[in-house]
Design a protein around this ligand. Structure first.
Ligand SMILES: *[C@@H]1O[C@H](CO)[C@@H](O)[C@H](O)[C@H]1NC(C)=O
Ligand SMILES: *[C@@H]1O[C@H](CO)[C@@H](O)[C@H](O)[C@H]1NC(C)=O
Ligand SMILES: *[C@@H]1O[C@H](CO)[C@@H](O)[C@H](O)[C@H]1NC(C)=O
Ligand SMILES: *[C@@H]1O[C@H](CO)[C@@H](O)[C@H](O)[C@H]1NC(C)=O
Ligand SMILES: *[C@@H]1O[C@H](CO)[C@@H](O)[C@H](O)[C@H]1NC(C)=O
Length: 377
């Protein structure tokens, strides 16, 4: 069992690219009443059934009430809960930390163009200065100190690879800082699984998430870091609103909007740099980064995650699994669900209100399949 503070730290390292500006209070879905809940639950039809559940990287308290009862019941009834990474394994943290570092002996100052390094340093000084005023009384009440938090997120920044510094800068904003201390949804599920003494596991290794990010080439990373700094600089100057904010993400999630465009950025942890006001050659770079991450951080991982899910289902035919992965792995093209369907599994989206019960779920479809086969329906 890892100390929750460490898990939060890990989460703060993993989590990124969330946007940061509060626009309006809500997060509630304006178009629906609570009777029409979203659903990020899919049933893998077998006996016992297993489930896919799409999570997001936001404080769980912002979305929990909008998650339907049948999703929660599927979680409770499953014997085994799998995540992308094993958030309760200390090795996960140390492997992630070392994967983010520059090769031994290298420093960011040696690697970055001078202008970028100077602006980065200045921005981090600004963040450090602002941090105490960004924290809420509630956070201070929980014993969270600005210095501690800054060091937990940004300490050692000069030894990090530029791509990780870029993601770190993205997560060092007022709104992000204010949400620290409440576990994000996937971490909360991991803690619940542990509390309920479920068997847990992970379908990926840290390196499999980390190496593709390190694989963006130098000019792409410098572009991304430059754009991130430009955004933060105009945010500081008060002249800028970031397009996909955390609030938007929460609203889309609570509304049950199954849009890959929105969720792929949260899932891959890479921000969206495509920006209509960019000059043409820069827009091309932004698009290249976007297709790189879609390929390397979504499609390739979906393929691998799907194969591991299949292996688990085959290895343990009498266990029911609950697979909680980033929602973006279930939307758009080449999803984890597509991999399972290709392997012959029947996977169905499970709306709120549909019973989670192996007979209720399994019997009718088995019957229908049998009838189709034998009665040529
Ligand atoms: C990075 O990748 C882009 C697109 O594949 C390519 O045009 C560019 O030349 C590469 N830059 C470096 C420094 O390798
Ligand atoms: C950063 O981006 C701006 C605006 O797109 C550009 O003018 C500048 O040359 C870039 N700086 C670096 C170091 O790439
Ligand atoms: C788009 O890019 C321009 C130039 O780099 C920048 O000034 C502006 O803030 C960016 N807008 C968004 C929404 O990222
Ligand atoms: C589940 O399957 C294993 C072998 O794969 C078997 O040893 C075990 O008894 C089974 N458990 C139940 C509850 O059927
Ligand atoms: C999915 O694939 C279709 C057909 O290849 C393509 O038109 C569409 O843009 C793709 N969607 C995404 C989100 O990449």
């Amino acid at each position: 069992m890892v100390h929750p503070g460490w898990v939060c730290l890990l989460q703060s390292l993993l989590l990124l690219a969330r946007a940061r500006q509060s626009r309006g209070p809500a997060g509630a879905c304006p178009l629906r009443g609570k009777s029409e809940l979203n659903s990020f639950l899919w049933t893998i039809k077998r006996d016992p059934p297993s489930y896919f559940f799409g999570t997001i990287h936001v404080p769980y308290t912002r979305v929990w009430d909008f998650i339907p009862e049948n999703s929660k019941k599927a979680f409770q009834q499953s014997h085994v809960v799998y995540f992308e990474l094993d958030l309760t394994d200390p090795y996960t943290i140390s492997a992630l930390t070392s994967c983010q570092l520059l090769p031994q002996g290298e420093n960011l100052q040696d690697v970055l163009p001078r202008d970028i390094y100077r602006r980065l340093k200045r921005h981090l000084e600004y963040v450090k200065l602002m941090m105490p005023s960004w924290m809420t009384p509630d956070q201070r009440g929980k014993g969270l100190y600005a210095d501690y938090l800054f060091n937990a997120i940004a300490g050692n920044w000069e030894r990090k690879r530029p791509v990780w510094v870029m993601l770190m800068v993205n997560s060092l904003t007022e709104v992000d800082i204010k949400s620290r201390g409440v576990p994000v949804l996937d971490l909360y599920l991991a803690q619940e699984a542990e509390r309920l003494r479920k068997q847990t596991g992970a379908v990926e290794k840290v390196e499999e998430q980390c190496h593709p990010l390190n694989g963006l080439n130098f000019s792409q990373v410098i572009f991304a870091l430059n754009q991130t700094l430009l955004q933060q600089e105009s945010l500081r100057a008060g002249s800028f609103q970031i397009p996909y904010t955390t609030e938007d993400l929460i609203k889309h999630y609570n509304c049950g909007d199954l849009s890959s465009i929105i969720f792929n950025h949260d899932t891959s942890q890479v921000p969206n740099f495509i920006n209509a006001t960019l000059p043409a050659h820069e827009r091309i770079t932004a698009q290249e980064i976007d297709s790189y991450f879609r390929q390397e951080l979504i499609y390739k991982r979906n393929e691998r995650m799907g194969r591991r899910v299949k292996d688990l289902l085959e290895e343990y035919p009498n266990r029911s699994f609950f697979f909680a992965f980033g929602a973006g792995h279930f939307m758009g093209n080449n999803t984890v669900i597509d991999v399972l369907r290709r392997e012959g599994y029947d996977v169905e989206h499970t709306p709120a209100g549909q019973a989670i019960n192996k007979y209720a779920v399994l019997f009718p479809t088995a019957l229908i399949r049998w009838a189709r086969l034998h009665l040529s329906l």
